[in-house]
Design a protein around this ligand. Sequence first.
Ligand SMILES: Nc1ncnc2c1ncn2[C@@H]1O[C@H](COP(=O)(O)OP(=O)(O)OP(=O)(O)O)[C@@H](O)[C@H]1O
Ligand SMILES: Nc1ccn([C@@H]2O[C@H](COP(=O)(O)O)[C@@H](O)[C@H]2O)c(=O)n1
Length: 209
Amino acid sequence: MIVAVDGPAASGKGTIARALAAHYGLPHLDTGLLYRAVALTLKRAGGDPESEADAVAATDFPATLLTDPELRTEATGALASRVSAHGGVRAALKARQQAFAGQAGGAVLDGRDIGTVIVPDADAKLYVTASPQVRADRRAREMEQHGLAADREAMIAEIVARDARDMGRDNAPLMQAADADLLDTSDLTIAEAVQKAIALVDARVERHR
Ligand SMILES: Nc1ncnc2c1ncn2[C@@H]1O[C@H](COP(=O)(O)OP(=O)(O)OP(=O)(O)O)[C@@H](O)[C@H]1O
Ligand SMILES: Nc1ccn([C@@H]2O[C@H](COP(=O)(O)O)[C@@H](O)[C@H]2O)c(=O)n1
């Protein structure tokens, strides 16, 4: 079974995707990490994020980079959102994601274009969202837990700007696939969101039987 989980930043899609993978015994790929790795490689090489050639050159990163803690910073996420707008970058990362999705038994992938571009024939698709205020709050709490100061107003502005870039780009913009189930987690605890996600996937698979 292939499950596609898409949605905006800090909506909870990674948390849900990991829980679905554990529940169904499937491998999980956080595809945002790939775009973050491109961003970090480009930054360390002194490249220009607006240059498609520089960004495409940065797609040739070593697998070991995927565990670098700098991938998880807000700055890397924001830079990832700029390099991911280049069609050449998306094309370079596509085969890797599709190979992961195509492994025997299936997989759970989360990102921005999993249900629309990477695996349009996925067995189940979720579009996970939450209000910008809730997402900024979650991000701020996450930072505080890591001992970092968090400015909630700045966080909301960053989330709104990231949404606009990810939803407004020409190449594979973030959008809900026509056949994806919407899951708004604004008023849900993690346990409630996971429970709903499992129910939606089960119902979708049951309908396909
Ligand atoms: N329903 C929820 N209620 C409260 N906190 C949540 C909920 N879902 C996720 N979180 C928390 O919000 C933060 C962001 O969640 P998560 O990393 O899953 O989002 P994401 O959409 O994968 O983010 P990104 O794509 O930007 O990496 C985490 O600290 C997570 O524990
Ligand atoms: N399938 C994807 C996944 C991510 N992106 C871009 O990367 C940025 C960082 O992603 P996170 O999920 O780690 O926050 C994101 O803002 C997108 O621009 C993408 O384009 N496609």
